[in-house]
Design a protein around this ligand. Structure first.
Ligand code: ZN
Length: 387
């Protein structure tokens, strides 16, 4: 990633039109976690440690498109989500690049966890999802570039988040089935993890030399129609919120709120950060500068945004929450963007904040385990339990 661009008017129009039909209007209430609930959020413990973390360490290798490192990263995701018993999907495609007129193979990956009664092909048009997104490829230059913040750490954070709420989601659905409740639409949502290939430019960042995976998938999902009269007309419209993590894991991050249309979601996340800090549940400490400082922002500069994997989805009308540090980490696109330069506490805190957001999104408070379901909980940070 990335560069700043000036948005065109069609993009701004897409945003403002969407606001009227935003998913949030169909959610009856936001399920805020109590202080006791926040203390039950599982901690990454050492799993995101760059030197020994089971989730992160295997990703701290060059992951250039169509190389051994890229295939290893994909295998790491496959093994992890197979163990969690999620549904796995691969979008394999080939495209010429700025370096090669011969088509180069790319592979996007996604895994889904859906309510049991919403699984199966005939249900595809009836399931909406929160989607957690990062790119797993790394930049081709400089040779040996790791891209720890860009985006090995965000991928590993998302893996932790998925695991941290997996059992609670299943317990909620079991209870709903047992009780035979009248389901609200918001209670019938699935969760998707989307790990994209080919975000980086092969030469210079342009609209055609960048975000290869995202461009391909947005197009494909827009044209993959569900059965007539489905609640969601195509794969793209099944995305209730596209949460993109990028350039995270460096010290003292600052993530602005980029979009007026999804500022409500940003505010929920920013609230969580403030509360987690006050309860001393974040490793970076009670008095650390806020990662999400824009809770009370009211003025949004129309037109300026950061180009990243969300752009093709945004252009097609998807609601985006873009969690990208601005300014970019000082190590950005240099050999120093490696495990050594990650801030371990910041990495863990991002995972905790976003996990709490997901738990609130799905109303998981009654289903979170006191003991972290075998992971450590953030209230017992000294207790280092490995996955
Ligand atoms: Zn990059």
């Amino acid at each position: 990633m990335v560069r700043i661009m000036k948005a065109d008017s069609s993009l701004t129009l897409a945003c403002s039109l969407l606001a009227a039909f935003s998913f949030v209007t169909s959610v009856s209430a936001w399920n805020k976690l109590s202080d006791a609930g926040l203390k039950k959020i599982p901690s990454p413990g050492d799993t995101l440690n760059p030197d020994l973390g089971k989730l992160l360490k295997p990703l701290l290798i060059p992951r250039v498109v169509n190389t051994e490192g890229s295939r290893k990263a994909l295998q790491h995701f496959t093994n992890f989500f197979t163990d969690l018993k999620w549904s796995l999907n691969y979008d394999n495609f080939s495209m010429p690049t700025a370096l090669s007129s011969d088509p180069v193979p790319f592979s996007n990956f996604w895994a889904t966890l859906d309510p049991p009664w919403k699984q199966g092909e005939n249900q595809e048009g009836e399931i909406g999802r929160l989607v957690l997104v990062a790119h797993y490829d790394s930049k081709i230059e400089p040779a040996g570039f790791i891209g720890a913040t860009d985006s090995a750490a965000p991928c590993a954070m998302i893996m932790h988040i998925a695991k941290s709420i997996d059992k609670a989601m299943r317990r909620k659905w079991e209870k709903m089935q047992k009780d035979g409740d009248e389901f609200e639409m918001a209670d019938e949502q699935g969760l998707m993890v989307l790990l994209l290939d080919g975000e980086e430019a092969f030469k210079w960042w342009t609209s055609t030399d960048s975000i290869y995976g995202a461009r391909h998938l947005a197009e494909k999902w827009e044209t993959t129609m569900h059965a007539a009269h489905s609640t969601y007309k195509n794969h793209l419209s099944s995305i209730n919120l596209f949460v993109l993590l990028d350039l995270l894991g460096a010290p003292v991050p600052r993530v602005p709120s980029y979009f007026r249309t999804t500022h409500w979601a940003y505010q929920h996340m920013a609230d969580l950060e403030i509360r987690l800090r006050a309860l001393e549940l974040l490793e970076s400490g009670k008095d650390h500068a806020l990662f999400l400082p824009d809770r009370d922002k009211t003025e949004f500069a129309e037109g300026l945004m950061i180009e990243d994997d969300h752009i093709p989805f945004l252009r097609k009308g998807v609601d985006i929450l873009h969690l990208i540090a601005s300014p970019f980490p000082s190590v950005w696109h240099t050999m120093e963007d490696d495990g050594k330069h990650l801030d371990k506490q910041v990495v863990n805190d991002w995972a905790i904040i976003v996990s709490a957001f997901v738990a609130e999104w799905y109303g998981l408070e009654p289903y979170l385990a006191d003991n972290g379901d075998g992971m450590s909980t953030i209230s017992k940070r000294g207790n280092k339990t490995e996955l």
